[in-house]
Design a protein around this ligand. Structure first.
Ligand code: MN
Ligand code: MN
Length: 303
């Protein structure tokens, strides 16, 4: 209560006027929220184009240019129960960062809310997936990320799918948009334990057939959804750490989100490098977050 004795709450109005570097539609308190956003500004194991540590705040800034109302879903995002915690404090030690992501994600999940994580590089997903050992995992990625270790580190961002397989077990991960795999990964015995759906396969059969296949494979389980933005073609998402030609359409990824949103219990967007972006990549990331929340509101699923 202020000194004038009035207890009105103008938080939403103030939030519209003052830039606070939280997601503009994140008007909810943590207690009242359904969706909890946090950034992880870490790119310590990235090998090629570093800079994903800058992307959480750049995504928030891009989001500020989107309308709060979305005619596609008939949704006003300002009323969807979004809370933004800000950014995780990170050290240079990848294992410590992953453990902290696990701790934060675990608390959010225990409180019955859905975490939306803004990376940072892909290694942080390993911390998040530890909170969903029963889930089916959908990854969008150009790379198989299936190395057992890279640059002497098992938690390098090139090892995410391999580490996730160890947590979830076989037949519990679909990675979509694959087109970059080392020979060693390709010939490894465990490679067939993950369903890698190559980008060429998506192009040939269409995303609807991919959705059918994953619907059948995931068997009604809750879903953890991880978007490595390099899964999308560099024409749509140029600002990534490790760009790879011949990728997915942006609308393929939106279709996946629309199809599975009702079962998604955790969501992340990683590997954006704003230093190499023309602005389109962070804008697309912001829009995909809206698509996730919008799809759920349209389904009237339990939030
Ligand atoms: Mn990746
Ligand atoms: Mn990748």
């Amino acid at each position: 209560m202020g000194s004038n004795g009035k207890a009105e709450n103008h938080a939403a109005e103030l939030n519209d006027i003052i830039s606070t570097l939280i997601l503009p539609d994140a008007h909810s308190s943590y207690a009242e929220s359904s969706y909890v956003i946090f950034g992880v500004p870490f790119d310590g194991t990235s090998s090629y184009r570093k800079g994903s540590r800058f992307s959480p705040n750049r995504i928030r800034e891009a989001y500020d240019n989107l309308e709060s109302f979305d005619p596609r879903y008939g949704t006003n995002y300002g009323e969807q129960g979004i809370c933004d915690l800000g950014n995780l404090q990170v050290s240079e030690n990848v294992e410590e960062v992953i453990n902290n992501v696990e701790a934060v994600t675990g608390l959010i999940v225990k409180d019955g809310k859905i975490p939306i994580i803004l990376g940072g590089e892909h290694s942080i997903t390993v911390g998040a997936i530890r909170s969903f050992p029963e889930a089916y995992m959908i990854i969008v990625d150009a790379h198989s990320d299936f190395r057992n270790e890279y640059m002497g580190n098992k938690y390098n961002h090139a090892c995410v799918t391999r580490r996730s397989l160890e947590i979830l077990g076989r037949e519990r991960i679909a990675s979509i948009g694959t087109r970059s795999v080392s020979q060693e990964e390709f010939e490894s015995e465990a490679f067939s334990e993950v369903r890698f759906i190559f980008a060429d396969e998506v192009r040939k059969n269409g995303i609807a057939s991919v959705i059918d296949e994953i619907t059948s494979r995931s068997n009604g389980r809750n879903i953890y959804f991880s978007i490595d933005m390099d899964g999308i073609d560099p024409a749509f998402a140029p600002g990534v750490g490790t760009p790879e030609p011949y990728g997915l359409l942006h609308t393929d990824v939106r279709d996946l989100i629309n199809a599975f949103a009702g079962r998604i219990v955790g969501f992340d967007i990683v590997e954006i490098t704003p230093l190499y972006d023309n602005g389109n990549t962070v804008m697309l990331a912001a829009k995909l977050i809206q698509d996730f929340i919008g799809s759920r509101s349209k389904l009237s699923v339990k939030k």
